[in-house]
Ligand binder design. Structure first.
Ligand code: COA
Length: 335
């Protein structure tokens, strides 16, 4: 699926929030049959943030959303799109509650579920609402309390995933403006559904026949292979649709799943290490929050600057993936 906008969605604000509690590799080492050395060398992760009991996805989403609205210097939005695979409840969506708590009134609000590709799918959804004239301004949030799906006794998933939220405000504008989504591609392959899933709790398997079935089950090696392949192909397609060469890309902002995935992807695309954004060492994999948190951190630190050509990509369960391009605009950072 590709995106060729009659009127474009333009980035107008950005913000993020990570819960204060940090889980280090040393703590995991004390609790599980793992080591700091294994986790660092196989994933690039040293620590991750996590929610404490009583905090859920909506709290993270509200904090990030508030910062993005402040950054955009306006609270006026017509829709809230929340990309998450860890909604507060199985039903209803979490977005209406988030919109209310942000004081946004009776705006359209719904969730988008595409696991780690959620933010890119959300970008496509928000851009579609704007292109169709349904909305002038959209608050798009990627938020996850992903550790709520992780079996604390599973050394692989416990080492990888973290919690957090990132958000952007998108407004209607022109495709040639800085900040405009210039191209966007999305894809999926449901044949890989079983490679990353939570078997119980949905309509298919309502009862938890065993405790493990309510936790995330991951075939990491298979996911790794698909991630590099599909992010690579979607990056090539998105840059071509933007009229760019891969050598034009100033910043590759890839979903943070594993430092080795980002390296393989960057190497395959010929994007040098200095142009690859990364925060996985401190943040781990925060699923739908991963890309917007990274964008916000890079914007605050000055790693992302006005006029840079930015290539965004993500991949995750579903399987689902996507990529988008934009020229980075001036955005105010909000602490
Ligand atoms: N500490 C120590 N050993 C671990 C470990 C840990 N935290 N996690 C796994 N291992 C072990 C495995 O049990 C296995 O042992 P065995 O050979 O005795 O069976 C060995 O390490 C190799 O496991 P494998 O899964 O092949 O390792 P890997 O190098 O592929 O790394 C992932 C595992 C999960 C880190 C990696 O595959 C990955 O990052 N995958 C994609 C991430 C992902 O799925 N993200 C979500 C969607 S984007």
């Amino acid at each position: 699926m590709t995106y060729a906008p009659p009127r474009a969605a333009v980035l107008a604000g950005i913000g993020s929030w990570l819960p204060p509690d940090v889980l280090t590799n040393a703590q995991l080492e004390a609790e599980l049959d793992t080591s700091d050395e294994w986790i660092r060398t196989r994933t690039g992760i040293a620590s991750r943030h996590r929610v404490m009991p009583g905090t859920s996805t909506s709290e993270l989403a509200v904090e990030a959303g508030r910062r993005a609205l402040k950054s955009s210097q306006s609270d006026a939005v017509d829709a809230v799109v929340l990309a998450t695979s860890t909604p507060d409840e199985l039903c209803p969506a979490t977005a209406p509650d988030v919109a209310s708590r942000l004081g946004l009134g009776q705006v359209a609000a719904f969730d988008v579920s595409a696991v780690c590709a959620g933010f890119v799918y959300g970008l496509g959804t928000a851009a579609g609402l704007i292109a169709a004239g349904i909305a002038e301004r959209v608050l798009l949030i990627g938020a996850e309390a992903f550790t709520s799906l992780v079996d604390p006794g599973d050394r692989t998933t416990a080492a990888i995933f973290g919690d957090g939220a990132g958000a952007v405000v998108l407004r209607a504008g022109d495709v040639d403006e800085p900040g405009a989504i210039r191209s966007l591609v999305l894809g999926s392959d449901g044949r890989g559904n079983h490679l990353l899933h939570v078997p119980a709790g949905g309509a298919r398997q309502r009862e938890q026949t065993e405790t493990a079935s309510r936790f995330l089950q991951l075939q990491g090696r298979e996911i790794f292979r698909h991630a590099v392949r599909h992010m690579g192909a979607s990056c090539r397609e998105a840059t071509a649709r933007a009229g760019w060469e891969l050598s034009d890309v100033d910043r590759l902002v890839a979903h943070q799943a594993n430092a080795r995935i980002t390296k393989s992807l960057g190497d395959a695309l010929g994007v040098p290490p200095g142009k690859r954004a990364s925060n996985i060492e401190r943040v781990g994999n925060t699923a739908a929050a991963s890309v917007p948190v990274l964008l916000d951190e890079d914007n605050s630190s000055g790693a992302l600057t006005e006029g840079q050509r930015v290539l965004i990509t993500a991949f995750g369960g579903g399987l689902a993936w996507g990529a988008a391009t934009l020229v980075w605009p001036v955005l105010h950072s909000v602490a």
